[in-house]
Design a protein. Structure first.
Length: 189
């Protein structure tokens, strides 16, 4: 009796597998093109599908990096990121990963607020922002030139790839994650 049940189950599974394999699963050459032409936007973005909220997202992104140029306005900086342990970002080196708001604040107070650190200018190039259709999550990528001086010497980041993720929390956009990196082929050290 158990043998017949197992055999019947096996035959059913085998039948469904054969049906799945015999189905036409390979699309024609023009199916992908048709889908692209017919598909709807999955996100709002700064390239082709604008939304008014993108300006607020960009404002938050810029505040997170331009605060030091604006008289080291820490309130501007701190208001741009989430104030909890979910804040996370990679720096351009392996030793400076930031995990949590307190680590971020500590770095800000003990390095950027020093008298021998001077922010000069920030240039953001090729900024691409995308926002989910829910209007609650956004992400960006760009190239960043961040011109600074530390102890009287240039301390610039040029052509640094910068990306991140924001979420709308209690009506305000907050950065939860960032990643800074340098293209390996452009590093001269």
């Amino acid at each position: 009796m158990i043998g017949r049940s197992l055999t019947s189950a096996f035959v059913c599974v085998l039948f469904f597998c054969m049906m799945a394999l015999s189905a036409d699963t390979i699309p024609g050459e023009n199916v992908v093109e048709e889908e692209v032409e017919m598909s709807h936007q999955f996100t709002f973005n700064t390239v082709k599908n604008q939304h008014d909220e993108l300006a607020e997202v960009e404002k938050t992104i810029r505040a997170s990096i331009e605060w030091a140029v604006h008289d080291k306005d820490t309130a501007m900086s701190y208001s741009s990121v989430v104030n909890n342990d979910e804040l996370f970002f990679f720096q351009t080196d392996s030793r400076s990963t930031i995990i949590g708001f307190e680590a971020f604040k500590n770095m800000t107070e003990n390095f950027f607020m020093r008298d021998d650190f001077k922010a000069i200018k920030v240039v953001i190039k090729d900024l691409r922002i995308h926002m989910s259709p829910t209007l609650k999550t956004a992400w960006w990528a760009c190239l960043l030139d961040d011109y600074n001086e530390f102890q009287g010497k240039p301390a610039n980041w040029e052509n640094v790839r910068w990306s991140g993720v924001l979420e709308k929390v209690e009506g305000k956009w907050k950065i939860f994650q960032m990643h800074f990196s340098k293209a390996e082929d452009l590093i001269t050290n």
